[in-house]
Design a protein around this ligand. Structure first.
Ligand SMILES: NC(=O)c1ccc[n+]([C@@H]2O[C@H](COP(=O)([O-])OP(=O)(O)OC[C@H]3O[C@@H](n4cnc5c(N)ncnc54)[C@H](OP(=O)(O)O)[C@@H]3O)[C@@H](O)[C@H]2O)c1
Length: 317
């Protein structure tokens, strides 16, 4: 249970990756400023988190079951928190979907929105009214750079994050009137199970419904570039956890927080040309005409930087 003066932080999707590392970082805060309620949809997956939390488990970190896709689960979880008092809500749970859109069933695509979009709204609807009454609170959403710039073959995932950005951008204005702050965290690629699930998924799938030319572009042009980008520019879940802690602890937390400064020019490109042509054509050339060159430049970047560029990232350090 939280002690007086401690902020209660509830995080979704803590069985792995970014959610797990945020939970551990906040629970191990030297000044013990946080009581973390780390939630996951299946508590059988708690071992990795419990092990990483060490002594903090049972003291500044407790566990609850929560499936963001289930109304009852969300209600039960929030009702079981003392006085339903949550100071900081971190919406982290999310799933990916990558590949030719023709090969996905409508149900697969709806599941992405059910988790990444409606899952967050379900959480906000349950927690926000108490925050508004108390005139204090901070709602954080782990969005993505793909919530600001679409990426080929990530159409539905990017759409779910764009939807989230639009929802939060709208709500943030109203919340400010109630002294409730909203912040988006927008990572680029991060080395988590997300990436591993994507690679495992791709090797199993046949992509029925997509023509051979599209499958060829996906498997032999997009995927190698994507792996290069992950290897060269990827951040760690700890980087994202540090960014999130910085946002929580800022005197005036920013609404948008790109965690990887190497992505700032990509997002800027979009706003530099209101016709949209510049970014669509830049991405087209990067993928289809400069694929080989990009592979070489990524490899060169890896050799030259040995991780130094990563340590220059704005937010984590
Ligand atoms: N990795 C990246 O490159 C990257 C980049 C930008 C943004 N993000 C975002 O970061 C967030 C965390 O992803 P990650 O990279 O840490 O991936 P991850 O390791 O796969 O973690 C995703 C977490 O979400 C949970 N989850 C999925 N569906 C859920 C549901 N219905 N209810 C509750 N929890 C659910 C998973 O639980 P289970 O173990 O039960 O499946 C897991 O704990 C996501 O929102 C993702 O979109 C990731």
């Amino acid at each position: 249970m939280a002690t007086p003066g401690q902020k209660v932080v509830l995080i979704t999707g803590c069985s792995s990756g970014i959610g797990l590392r945020i939970a551990v970082l906040l629970a191990k805060d030297e000044k013990r400023r946080y009581h973390v309620i780390a939630t996951m949809r299946d508590l059988k997956k708690k071992e990795k988190l419990v092990e990483a939390a060490g002594d903090a488990y049972g003291k500044t970190l407790s566990l609850l079951t929560l499936d963001v896709c289930n109304d009852e689960s969300v209600k039960q979880c929030i009702n079981s928190v003392k006085d339903r008092h949550i100071d900081i809500l971190i919406n982290n749970a999310g799933i990916g979907l990558v590949g030719p859109v023709e090969s996905f069933s409508m149900d697969e695509m709806k599941q992405v929105f059910e988790t990444n979009f409606f899952g967050v709204i379900r959480m906000i609807k349950e927690v926000m009214p108490d925050m508004k009454k108390r005139k204090s609170g901070h709602i954080i959403v782990i969005s993505s750079v793909m919530g600001l710039q679409g990426v080929v073959f990530n159409d539905v995932y990017a759409a779910s994050k764009f939807a989230m950005e639009g929802f939060c951008e709208s709500l943030a204005v109203q919340l400010l009137k109630f002294n409730v702050i909203m912040s988006m965290i927008e990572p680029g690629p991060v080395h988590t199970e997300f990436e591993m699930k994507m690679i495992a998924d791709v090797s199993k799938k046949e992509y029925p419904g997509a023509d051979p030319e599209t499958v060829n572009y996906f498997k032999n042009v997009y995927l190698p570039s994507s792996v290069d980008i992950f290897e060269t520019l990827g951040q760690t879940p700890d980087d994202i956890a540090r960014c999130t802690k910085k946002v929580i602890e800022a005197d005036s937390p920013r609404f948008r927080n790109l965690t990887n400064p190497l992505y700032t020019p990509i997002v800027a490109l979009k706003y530099a040309d209101e016709t949209g042509g510049l970014s669509v054509h830049a991405f087209y050339h990067m993928l289809f005409n400069l694929g080989g060159l990009m592979h070489l430049s990524m490899k060169a970047m890896q050799c030259l930087t040995c991780g130094c560029l990563r340590s220059r990232s704005i937010s984590p350090n």
